[in-house]
Design a protein around this ligand. Structure first.
Ligand SMILES: C[S@@+](CC[C@H](N)C(=O)[O-])C[C@H]1O[C@@H](n2cnc3c(N)ncnc32)[C@H](O)[C@@H]1O
Length: 314
């Protein structure tokens, strides 16, 4: 691959918050174009980085891009879903680490490469798989999933008001002939929505495509399973930094971090908090870190980004 242009969001902020120790063990769960990985690696001396991506193109690209670090044996690429974080690291003989970063969502090359089928503005076969080895793709979701499941994902993952109308229109269209491409689907979505609603609230295809992408890649399921493992893997003082790009992901991260950093409800007459009930983690910042105004101007993709960090205290 010659071109792989991905502008890393919150690069310095996320890596600074990891407090990289030169001899530490780190994990980048979302290698992508290798921005976060490269910066972490530049701060390591005897330390090591394990970098995950389920997309072969990201791994292939970084075998070149991060080749100097690869030659120094400072980095190991793991071509897998980060939902297998703990078992994949165990295979490498790693059971605890000093820091983990997630920079969620799709990379720009995934989105911009028309044939990956992520964009409603680029004509392609319906695909949207981040992992090219996976069987389930957007074509199957659109053409085979029952009406009820389509309504559920459009509503839940796309927060789409007209979920039922859109699902019904898809059902009708696919009875005639399969819905093959991104542009066909985008037209069907547009036609399913009342004319008055089409003038407000942005392109409805955006919400529906987001919903299908989340479903195809089980993005929220993978994130939840992986974050639980990430918390288990952290050494004391180890930090976990997560960058999200949409509210469903951010809510999930926020809720999980809150659960880990607050004391459970105690009986009212308890004189002191028993040490075993003290939380194992502390929130590093109360509010999420947002990209600077300059970054938002330069990189449109950064607009919705939020960085949350948690630290193991015991
Ligand atoms: C936004 S990009 C990361 C960009 C990277 N931080 C950089 O600086 O270039 C997200 C990457 O994470 C990968 N990814 C998303 N979900 C994943 C998962 N569940 N398991 C493994 N990789 C995943 C995608 O394939 C994509 O390459």
């Amino acid at each position: 691959m010659t071109e792989f242009k991905h502008e890393t969001v919150l690069l310095h902020e996320a890596v600074a918050e990891l407090h990289v120790q030169p001899a530490g063990l780190y994990v980048d769960c979302t290698l992508g174009g290798g921005g976060h990985s490269a910066l972490i690696l530049s701060e390591l001396t005897t330390g090591h980085l394990y970098a995950f991506d389920q997309d072969q193109t990201a791994i292939t690209y970084n075998e070149q891009h991060l080749q100097p670090f690869l030659r120094q044996q400072k980095v190991t690429f793991i071509h897998d879903n980060f939902r297998n974080l703990q078992s994949d690291l165990a295979e490498q003989g790693v059971s605890t680490v000093d820091g983990i970063v997630y920079d969620l969502g799709v990379s720009s090359p995934q989105f911009d490469d028309a044939k990956r089928g992520f964009s409603y503005q680029r004509d392609a076969r319906l695909d949207m798989r981040m992992d090219q080895r996976q069987a389930l793709d957007a074509y199957q979701v659109v053409n085979q999933w029952p009406y009820e499941d389509l309504v559920r994902i459009f509503f839940r993952y796309g927060e789409e008001k007209f979920s039922k109308q859109i699902a019904r229109k898809i059902e009708r269209e696919r009875q005639e002939q399969p819905i093959e491409t991104t542009t066909e689907l985008a037209e069907i979505v547009k036609a399913a929505i009342p004319a008055a609603a089409r003038r407000h609230g942005g392109n409805p295809a955006k919400r529906v495509f987001q919903a299908i992408r989340i479903a195809v890649n089980d993005e929220l399921g993978a994130l939840e399973a992986s974050l639980e493992q990430a918390l288990n893997l952290l050494k004391p003082h180890g930090r976990l930094a997560v960058i999200t790009f949409q509210s469903l992901e951010d809510r999930l991260v926020k809720r999980m971090f809150k659960e880990q950093t607050t004391i459970p409800d105690l009986p009212p007459n308890l004189p002191v908090i028993p040490p075993e009930l003290e939380p194992h983690f502390k929130m590093v910042q109360k509010k999420p870190i947002l990209p600077s105004a300059a970054e938002q101007t330069e990189n449109h993709r950064s607009h919705s980004a939020k960085l949350r960090i948690i630290e193991r205290i015991r």
